[in-house]
Design a binder for this molecule. Structure first.
Ligand SMILES: C[S@@+](CC[C@H](N)C(=O)[O-])C[C@H]1O[C@@H](n2cnc3c(N)ncnc32)[C@H](O)[C@@H]1O
Length: 145
């Protein structure tokens, strides 16, 4: 969030959503302390955003229990919730960068985003290299509006 806020500068806003309370740290940043699964989350987001977003970033992760299959499925469920919100919150031709825990649902997740974005590629940034199972799915040119 901090990097997004610095990159965007005073011309845009960053809206961060987390269950945990985060102290606002910049003028261009707004924080929504909220559960992504709450049915009113979309309303809450649209109440704050002046228009649909250019970019949606998701770094969501559950509390890890240490059983990979369970952690993976819980995490994918969270990112799918973000994908479900995209028609309301992401503008046409927008970008989404979505972190996933790699596992049995990776392929079906990729199939899902490939249907709604023109371009999808997988990135493993240096910062997550040690954790072999985290991937960032970079989705460009959102097809829907
Ligand atoms: C890997 S951390 C992301 C940290 C974030 N990038 C940062 O720089 O602070 C994953 C975050 O997902 C949040 N989270 C987990 N379940 C959530 C939910 N249901 N709704 C909203 N946030 C959730 C956690 O509170 C945690 O802060």
């Amino acid at each position: 969030m901090q990097i997004s806020s610095e990159r965007i500068g005073s011309n845009g806003i960053v809206l961060g959503i987390d269950l945990r309370r985060i102290t606002p740290f910049a003028e261009n940043t707004k924080i929504l302390t909220h559960d992504i699964f709450d049915p009113i989350i979309c309303e809450e987001i649209l109440r704050i955003l002046p228009r649909k977003a250019n970019v949606v970033l998701s770094d969501l992760a559950p509390d890890i229990i240490g059983v990979w299959q369970v952690d993976h499925l819980k995490q994918i469920d969270m990112v799918l919730k973000v994908v479900d919100l995209l028609p309301q919150i992401l503008q046409l031709n927008g970008t989404a960068i979505l972190k996933i825990f790699e596992g049995e649902s990776t392929q079906s997740f990729l199939n899902r985003v490939r249907r709604i974005f023109h371009k999808v590629h997988i990135s493993k940034p240096p910062a997550s290299r040690g954790k072999s199972s985290e991937l960032y799915i970079v989705c460009e040119k959102y097809r829907l509006n």
